[in-house]
Design a binder for this molecule. Structure first.
Ligand SMILES: Cc1cc2nc3c(=O)[nH]c(=O)nc-3n(C[C@H](O)[C@H](O)[C@H](O)COP(=O)(O)OP(=O)(O)OC[C@H]3O[C@@H](n4cnc5c(N)ncnc54)[C@H](O)[C@@H]3O)c2cc1C
Ligand SMILES: *[C@@H]1O[C@H](CO)[C@@H](O)[C@H](O)[C@H]1NC(C)=O
Ligand SMILES: *[C@@H]1O[C@H](CO)[C@@H](O)[C@H](O)[C@H]1NC(C)=O
Ligand SMILES: *[C@@H]1O[C@H](CO)[C@@H](O)[C@H](O)[C@H]1NC(C)=O
Ligand SMILES: *[C@@H]1O[C@H](CO)[C@@H](O)[C@H](O)[C@H]1NC(C)=O
Ligand SMILES: *[C@@H]1O[C@H](CO)[C@@H](O)[C@H](O)[C@H]1NC(C)=O
Ligand SMILES: *[C@@H]1O[C@H](CO)[C@@H](O)[C@H](O)[C@H]1NC(C)=O
Length: 631
């Protein structure tokens, strides 16, 4: 559905009129971007997917020179200006060469609409197409993940903080912007060594100052000391670009460009589609792949891994490849005619993403600020000035990917009357009631564990449920639901496991608690725009079900408008105990087999209260250390 892409672009990223940059990024050497003919028969590690996590892990595993690594990536080396452009944050997203897209299953909770599933399809993966927002979840998110294994787990806020520092090179905002906009930041939550950059633009839309201050008019909203402090609240945050060149910073320039030449032990083969992992008994031995445009297996080749095969194909494709290899739910594998290696029901279950397009829009009718994002779309004088600034000094509005501030608020703040009751009803649910019928007992038990932990999060002041995106524009109102309770599935196409896209079912709104939570989003958003200092801008409510709509009418609108994805899919190869339906253990090794691990967003057990790229990089940094320990 093309609509979802446009709606999202229009709502989330206001700078549609952005001018394309001509970047001056580092050059790269292709010396070890190998062809099929140059491949060694065997590597220490074979990494499936050269995306955000895959290239991070590959970089770290090749650093010492001790191990040989092959990255197999389905996409191409893409180096167009659409990849590099920061302005507006969506030029990559609008370039069809950089994405794979396919339709989801019809969503019963959304009037049977299908949604376009999208992800990055290039060397660098989704980090090469994302909207460049750099955000960390709350401390409680990371503690919760470890809690599924017990109190001593190293998967925790304290355990991950060093990896957040290792993963990101932080560049603070200019002193001028700090004082003009009252920006708080604290470099202690960040590092300074990574080649992946988190930077602030040199310009911010003037209206943002008032919009940020308006959150302070709402009881319970805090302003944490930094976006990386792991607290809920309203804060300024960086975007992923290189401050020297003002070009996108992503996994390829961060963990691949330039280093390849110096590392003969690091091979990359692009435009190859991995079909499956092969086993000797229960030990993963190799992977089978074909050219990306192949439609059958006549050109299939196998490459072997001495130590480990590392899955990094992303939340939609890692479970597809595992299932096609015989690692997954026995019943589905039997229906697809795939020989079983290990019955692991969690592969492809527990699928989560963050719903979007769930609040009405508010247009200010008295808007005293100049400039705003509409100038960049229609004011030719302003557009020319912005282009000149960027060309001369890489400054100005074209250094803005999207507003560098937003609010991340707890349920109790946005729903002061309803939160207790919602959390109590969620916690009291029969865990099997809203999962697909016949769901395996271990998965039900895992969902029960999540239900308890997430009910605590619903009640907590330290955990965000609601995210309002600010634009600095005269029209606003895009929100993201951070911790949906519904759980979907990603399964192989049983008629064509290898070449058809996976069957992605969000099962959006299948848990009625999600409707209860989302019904609180509209009145709160209205409160923010009309009962704070923003009232003086005379906002009018547009879209949604209308200002006087009944709950039923708002629900009907939601079912017609909601998009179940903000491009933050996680959970389909969850790091949880096996008796809770997990797929990998705390060492990221797949249960029931040897020599096979998962390092991408599919191993995240439940969503953080933020977007996902910052967390994926940090987890991949930790994964690399975990893998090195057992090398
Ligand atoms: C449009 C968009 C906007 C986003 N905006 C933001 C944002 O603003 N902020 C934020 O924090 N997060 C954002 N995200 C999410 C974030 O980018 C992802 O969570 C993160 O990049 C996922 O990393 P990954 O390693 O799990 O997967 P990816 O980076 O997607 O890597 C998976 C790789 O595997 C490859 N692959 C797949 N199948 C195969 C196969 N069979 N064989 C070989 N290779 C294969 C893919 O081509 C891809 O390169 C966005 C994502 C998208 C798509
Ligand atoms: C990629 O693009 C950058 C910026 O335009 C350029 O400097 C670099 O040489 C390009 N690399 C390749 C291999 O084409
Ligand atoms: C959705 O499809 C199902 C199965 O085909 C059908 O039973 C149901 O009535 C449809 N719902 C809507 C709202 O169209
Ligand atoms: C367009 O932008 C210029 C430069 O900032 C400004 O002086 C002018 O008032 C703007 N025009 C309109 C119609 O807002
Ligand atoms: C670029 O920066 C220099 C030095 O600060 C300044 O004099 C010049 O006006 C800037 N150019 C543009 C087009 O903004
Ligand atoms: C609301 O604002 C947007 C963006 O400025 C504009 O395109 C739209 O026409 C406005 N809607 C109304 C009804 O004023
Ligand atoms: C909502 O109701 C109020 C009070 O009855 C009325 O003034 C307003 O016009 C109504 N708004 C809409 C959008 O119908």
């Amino acid at each position: 559905m093309a609509l979802s892409k446009l709606t999202l672009a229009a709502l989330m990223l206001p700078l549609l009129g952005a001018v394309v940059a001509s970047p001056t990024a580092r050059s790269i050497t292709h010396s070890t971007l190998v062809t099929r003919d140059d491949l060694l028969p065997e590597y220490d590690y074979v990494i499936v997917g050269g995306g955000t996590s895959g290239l991070t892990v590959a970089d770290r595993l090749t650093e010492s020179g001790k191990y040989t690594v092959l990255v197999l990536e389905r996409g191409a080396f893409q180096n167009s200006s659409s990849v590099w452009t920061v302005a507006g944050g969506i030029s990559a997203f609008l370039d069809p060469n950089l994405l794979f897209t396919f339709q989801s299953a019809p969503q019963e909770g959304l009037n049977n609409r299908s949604i376009t599933v999208m992800n990055g399809l290039l060397l660098g993966g989704s980090s090469g197409v994302n909207a460049m927002q750099v955000l960390r979840g709350q401390q409680e998110d990371y503690d919760r993940w470890g809690s599924y294994f017990g109190k001593k787990s190293k998967w925790s806020w304290d355990g991950l903080l060093p990896y957040f520092r290792k993963a990101w090179n932080f560049h603070p905002p200019t002193p001028e912007l700090v004082s003009q906009f009252d920006i708080k930041y604290d470099s202690r939550y960040w590092g300074s060594t990574s080649n992946v950059h988190a930077s602030f633009p040199t310009f911010l839309w003037p209206a943002l100052k008032m919009e940020m201050a308006a959150f302070g008019d709402i009881p319970g909203v805090k302003y944490p000391s930094d976006s990386g402090s792991g607290d809920a609240g309203a804060y300024w945050h960086p975007t992923s670009f290189n401050p020297t060149t003002v070009t996108r910073s992503f996994a390829r320039p961060g963990h691949w460009d330039g280093i390849a030449a110096a590392r003969p032990n690091y091979h990359t083969l692009t435009e190859q589609r991995v079909l499956k992992v092969t086993f000797h008994g229960k030990r993963a031995k190799g992977v089978v792949f074909v050219p990306a445009d192949a439609t059958d297996q006549s050109q299939a080749r196998t490459v072997k891994a001495k130590k480990e095969i590392i899955m990094a194909a992303g939340t939609h494709h890692t479970p597809q490849i595992l299932q096609a290899s015989g690692v997954g739910p026995k019943k589905i594998l039997a229906e697809a005619g795939v020989p079983l290696v290990v019955d692991l029901p969690g592969v492809g279950s527990n699928f989560q993403d963050q719903p979007f397009n769930i609040v009405p829009q508010f247009n200010y009718t008295s808007f005293p600020f100049h400039p705003d994002t509409s100038d960049l779309a229609t004011n030719q004088t302003f557009i020319a000035e912005a282009a000149a600034k960027f060309a001369a000094n890489r400054t100005g509005p074209l250094s803005v990917a999207a507003a560098n501030c937003a609010a991340w608020l707890p349920l109790r703040v946005i729903a002061p009357q309803a939160w207790r009751d919602i959390a109590a009803r969620y916690e009291a649910q029969d865990p099997a009631a809203y999962l697909p019928s016949g769901t395996d007992r271990a998965i039900v038990a895992g969902y029960r564990a999540q239900q308890k932990a997430l009910a605590r999060a619903m009640r907590s002041k330290g955990s965000a449920t609601y995210n309002l995106i600010l634009g600095g524009a005269s029209s606003n109102g895009a929100a993201v639901y951070l911790h949906p309770c519904s759980r979907g599935t990603v399964h192989i196409n049983r008629a064509d496991p290898f070449f058809s896209p996976p069957e992605v079912d969000y099962r959006a709104l299948s848990n009625p608690i999600d409707v209860d939570v989302l019904l609180e989003f509209t009145p709160f958003t209205r409160r923010y725009f009309t009962e704070t200092r923003l009232k003086s801008l005379n906002p009018v409510e547009l879209g949604g079900a209308g200002a006087n709509a009944t709950r039923d009418q708002v629900e009907a609108w939601l079912r017609g408008a909601l998009i179940p994805s903000s491009f933050h899919p996680v959970g389909t190869a969850a790091m949880m105990p096996r008796h809770l339906g997990g797929v990998v253990d705390e060492k990221l090794l797949v249960y029931g087999v040897k020599g096979l691990s998962v390092v991408d967003a599919s191993m995240i057990p439940d969503l953080p209260g933020s977007y996902t790229q910052q967390t994926v990089y940090a987890m991949a940094e930790k994964a690399a250390d975990v893998i090195k320990v057992r090398a």
